[in-house]
Design a protein around this ligand. Structure first.
Ligand code: TMP
Length: 208
């Protein structure tokens, strides 16, 4: 693979989507060609699966069905978008990836992490993110910000304990993979977060 896979993660209302274009513009200024995308989604089929996953539904969804749908969307995304872009030398900037499955389906829903690891190996082979920017904002603040955006989706309507479990897994994974994780303090202003992103990205690029 010639390009690099950069993923952006965090809880609800962490402001990561707002900063995606800033990260893309920064990388482009440094001379890289960037494909910006998201999960679940990023392809026509993936976006249809995303709608199924996010729309509130009576009776909920079995955690294993939810997980398999995440990986179905991911398989399509990898095949149609991510692998071709990386092979052509593009950098792929992805709003959420498999760390979100560990955090939400593993932590939030309580699905055994080993099962997620099996699907990860099956769908991705060796492909893992080169860099993961984890947007850190207190769960309560993030939920208040997300609530302000209006209608809540199937995940946003979960309770505080769910998001505490999500965050615990993100924290655990950041500690497990310090070489690729960088934690961004996202509780501050948009400008302060941008400044931190610039510093972190510059330092990471230097190390490559
Ligand atoms: P977004 O809010 O970042 O657009 O992501 C949509 C929701 O999907 C978010 O609540 C997190 C959730 N999600 C999972 O539960 N598992 C996953 O693997 C991914 C990629 C997202």
């Amino acid at each position: 693979m010639l390009g690099r896979l950069v993923t952006v993660e965090g809880g609800e209302g962490a402001g990561k989507t707002t900063q995606m274009t800033f990260i893309r513009d920064y990388l482009e200024r440094k001379g890289y060609q960037v494909v910006m995308t998201r999960e679940p989604g990023g392809t026509p089929l993936g976006e249809e699966i995303r709608a199924l996953l996010l729309e509130p539904r009576a009776g909920g969804m079995a955690p294993s069905a939810e997980t398999l749908l995440m990986f179905a969307a991911r398989a399509e995304h990898l095949e149609q978008v991510v692998r071709p872009a990386l092979s052509a030398g593009y950098w792929v900037l992805c709003d959420r990836f498999t760390d979100a499955t560990y955090a939400y389906q593993g932590g939030g829903r309580g699905l055994p992490l080993e099962r997620i690891a099996v699907l990860e190996a099956w769908v991705q082979d060796e492909l893992r993110p080169d860099l993961t920017l984890l947007f850190d904002v207190p769960v309560v603040t993030g939920l208040a910000r997300a609530g302000r955006r209006g209608a809540t989706d199937r995940f946003e309507s979960e309770d505080l304990a769910f998001f505490e479990r999500v965050w615990a897994i993100y924290r655990e994974r950041a500690a497990l993979y310090p070489e690729r994780y960088r934690i961004i303090d996202a509780s501050r202003s948009v400008e302060a977060v941008r400044a931190e992103l610039e510093t972190v990205l510059a330092k990471w690029l230097e190390q490559q």
